[in-house]
Design a protein around this ligand. Structure first.
Ligand code: CTP
Length: 403
């Protein structure tokens, strides 16, 4: 998926408008050119300076500004993608009727770009027959409706109607953009079942402590998002993710390496492709204490006995069905590129997988970063792909191997 697109973020008057700032920011960080079209009501909830600073562009509100340049048509025509978040019940009703009494309505009518809306309102309004009918009309026309989620609403009440989290909205919008880029055609991974592990395992020591690692899960989540956008059916085995899991994949939670092995083995039975992006603890405490370890009992030093965990990737590769593709990752701290490659080749041979994605990690590289730089080796140790950039663009390159 290429970056550097023109994205219009429509913001309407709901309390969730403050969260739209993070949506604007996510597109800007991707390298997109972002134009905010806010209704006057939206600007009662979030300030114009905030939106202008974050979007790096003027915020448009008024239909009668920039008339000479026919602004409402210009913004709509230039958009590759329009995201309306939050979308109030009122805005949804206006969109369903094709009304154009404000700049946002005009912009949307003047555009052929994919439209993604994230409704936000009280539960009663969401459940109202008028809103349901309006949402159904929009869906029929191909509008992508993200959420709403269920949870705490503005007041003391909770229920359906809460705007989806910004990351989820952005992921859904990018998926809609990918579909539009293909002219609505099925993605190159349509019909493929892909199981992806992401995050890092935690090995319990006692009821309150664990041994863990610094994997955030971003690369695995990016792979899941990219695979769904390309039409795959995705199971994401999520080990302690620091980022939200996409809502359009089947998420199965795994805490420890043992949980991850169980979840992966079960999901692998149905999979065409297995991708082990999770960082798995090689060892776990030999004993998990039923009660909290007390320092009065252990003294000034504490010696832990650890036992080896099974190598999940090697096990999945050894048990793979004919035609199943198995992809592993290798996290290495070796800074010398040649020695790094050597370690990758040895690991590829040891694991027995079809491809091994080799990346350098360290105190500052790899883990929580938005970017990645990888070389992908085949089972003979040949470099088949070199990719660097956002974790999403690296994910796209890895998935290119499958198409
Ligand atoms: N992996 C696994 N099970 C383990 C350890 C690792 O399935 N017990 C998988 C990881 O998900 C990754 C690949 O193996 O896809 C390589 O992980 P990495 O941590 O780089 O290598 P290790 O196997 O742990 O080897 P080493 O500790 O020697 O680097």
């Amino acid at each position: 998926m290429s970056s550097g697109r023109t994205v219009v973020v429509g913001i309407t008057g709901g309390i969730a408008a403050y969260k739209a700032v993070n949506i604007v920011r996510a597109f800007v960080l991707r390298g997109d050119s972002v134009h905010v079209v806010a209704t006057p009501a939206a600007l009662r909830f979030v300030g114009r300076p905030t939106l202008e600073a974050i979007s790096r562009n003027p915020v448009h509100t008024d239909l009668y500004e920039g008339v000479a340049e026919v602004r409402h048509v210009a913004i709509g025509q230039s958009a590759d993608l329009i995201v309306v978040a939050p979308a109030t019940a009122n805005t949804i009703a206006k969109l369903a009727c094709g009304l154009a009494d404000d700049l946002l309505g005009n912009t949307i009518l003047a555009s052929t770009a994919p439209l993604v809306i994230a409704p936000a309102m009280h539960t009663e309004m969401w459940n109202n027959a008028a809103t349901r009918a309006n949402v159904a009309t929009l869906r029929e026309r191909g509008v992508v409706v993200v959420g709403p989620g269920t949870g705490r609403l503005t007041g003391a009440d909770s229920g359906a109607g809460r705007m989806e989290e910004p990351d989820t909205i952005v992921a859904a919008a990018l998926a809609a953009l990918a579909v539009a880029d293909r002219g609505g055609a099925a993605g190159d991974l349509a019909g493929k079942r892909i199981v992806i592990s992401a995050g890092g395992t935690r090995e319990p020591l006692d009821p309150v402590r664990f041994l863990g690692n610094r994997s955030s899960g971003k690369q695995g989540v990016a792979l899941a998002e990219a695979a769904v956008a390309r039409g795959a059916e995705v199971v994401l085995v999520a080990a302690n993710l620091e980022v939200p899991a996409p809502t359009n994949v089947d998420v199965r939670l795994a805490g420890s390496a043992a949980d991850l092995e169980r979840a992966m083995t079960e999901a692998a039975a149905e999979a065409d492709v297995i991708i082990m992006a999770a960082a798995v603890a090689d060892y776990r405490p030999a004993e998990v204490r039923a009660d909290k370890i007390k320092k009065d009992d252990t003294g000034d030093t504490l010696v832990l006995t650890l036992v080896r965990n099974p190598d999940i990737l090697a096990g999945l590769a050894a048990a793979r069905k004919p035609g199943q593709v198995v992809i592993g990752f290798a996290a290495e701290t070796e800074a010398d590129p040649e020695l790094l490659l050597q370690l990758g080749r040895e690991k590829a041979a040891r694991k027995g997988c079809d491809y091994l994605v080799l990346n350098m990690v360290g105190w500052t590289e790899g883990f929580a970063s938005e970017r990645n730089e990888v070389r992908v080796l085949n089972r003979h140790g040949d470099i088949v792909i070199e990719a660097s950039g956002s974790k999403m663009s690296v994910a796209e390159s890895i998935l290119d191997l499958l198409s």
